[in-house]
Design a protein around this ligand. Sequence first.
Ligand SMILES: O=C(CO)[C@@H](O)[C@H](O)COP(=O)(O)O
Ligand SMILES: [Fe+2]
Length: 216
Amino acid sequence: MAMIAPSLLSADFACLEQDCRTCLDAGADFLHFDVMDGHFVPNISFGAPVLASLSKKVSAFYDVHLMLTDPLAYVPMFLKAGASMITFHLEADSPVQETIDAIHAGGAKAGVVIKPATPAAAAFEWMPKVEMVLVMSVEPGFGGQKFQPAALEKLSALRAEAVRIGRPDLLLQVDGGVARDTAPLCAAAGANVLVAGSAVFGTADPAAEIAFYKGL
Ligand SMILES: O=C(CO)[C@@H](O)[C@H](O)COP(=O)(O)O
Ligand SMILES: [Fe+2]
C-alpha cells in the first residue's frame, strides 16, 4: 500500500495550517515541503522559518525536499525547524556522505534525490546509507508539470536494487506529475511514497484524492 505525501507547494499559503490539517485528517502520511533557492532551480518557494512556524502548530512527519545548490549549509536550520526527513539532490554541490551524516546526527531521516537526467545507478551506492530515494519525474522547480514516463524504469531499477541489498522496504518516492493516471504506474514500478501537489490541492475535494492514492 502506497504512502501519500501531499506537496505543500500547491497549497494556499494564506491558509497553510488549515491545508496541512485537511491533508492529515484525510490520512496523508508525510507533508512534502519543497525548498527552492532560485539557483539550483529557477524558482523560490519557502524556507526554514515557514517550516518552524508550521511544525509548532501542526504535528506531522515533515518530508523536506531541498532544491538547493549547497544543501549541507542549510541542514542545521531545517533540523531545528522541525524536519522529520531531509532529502537533497545528488546533483547539488555538497559532499554526499557528509550531508547524510549531518542529517542523521540531527535525528532526522535522510534521502537522496535524482533529477530526470540522472541515471538510477547514481543512487545505488547511497541506498544502504539512507532511508529514502526520491526519483523526480519532472524537472525540479515547479508544480503542475507533466509526468515523464522514463521515471518508471528508474523506479523499477531502484526497487530491484533495494531488494538485492536486502532492503526490500526502502522508501522509494516519486515526485512530479503524479495524478490518478500516473500514480498506479508508479506504484506498480516500485514506488511506495507518492508526492502529489496539484493533483491534491487542485481539486475541490483533496481528501478524496488522498484516499485514492492511499488505496494503491
Ligand atoms: O519538487 C517538486 C517540484 O520541484 C514537487 O514536489 C512539486 O511540488 C510536485 O507538484 P505536482 O507535479 O504534483 O503538481
Ligand atoms: Fe518535491
